[in-house]
Design a protein around this ligand. Sequence first.
Ligand SMILES: N[C@@H](CCC(=O)N[C@@H](CS)C(=O)NCC(=O)O)C(=O)O
Length: 201
Amino acid sequence: MSDAKDLIVWHGPNTRSTGTVWLVEELGVPYELRKVDVFGGETREAEFLKINPAGKVPAIRHKGKTLTEMAAISLYLCDEFPDAGLAPAIHDPLRADYLYWSIFRPGVLEPALITKAQNLDVDPRTVGWGEWETVITLIETALNDGPWLLGERFSAADILIGGALGWMKHFNLMPGHSPINAYLDRLNARPARQRAQATNS
Ligand SMILES: N[C@@H](CCC(=O)N[C@@H](CS)C(=O)NCC(=O)O)C(=O)O
């Protein structure tokens, strides 16, 4: 049995760490939320750099171990709290797709989004994320089979991918008739997502 002291989440309101708060809300485990004023420069102050020398949120501490990088945090916490069912277990046929989409978030989707939003000039054959249109088509194709990336099963991969897709609206990059729009509506309707959003004010 864990208590709130076992898990600390450092969260910068209105940053990507909202996704990590969403994750722990979906896990339904007790945790202590520590807000960090990212826009006020707190992530670059000595006290916070002791937690994450990279000066970034999210960060967590669980059972005395500090971990950063939101995809790593997601994979770690889902394995630590398997009863929540947010990760298909090892040997579950859905496990491969779950890992694929979890890594797709920081490895492909995020850099593709930033490259597109900032109109950066890169050769798609030499960057690991390739072409923007291909990235979007991959996600749309995955959504053909069900409400979630793994079909009928909601997983932490939806939190990772869905969190970044929210930026598409923010950057005005959402294709008009994409199934991603309805997918985002489904994600936004989740109570855990709404509780995480409430920590941003
Ligand atoms: N690769 C990291 C990126 C984390 C990140 O860029 N966090 C931003 C907030 S969206 C941050 O903390 N920025 C504060 C700063 O750079 O001082 C992850 O995926 O967790």
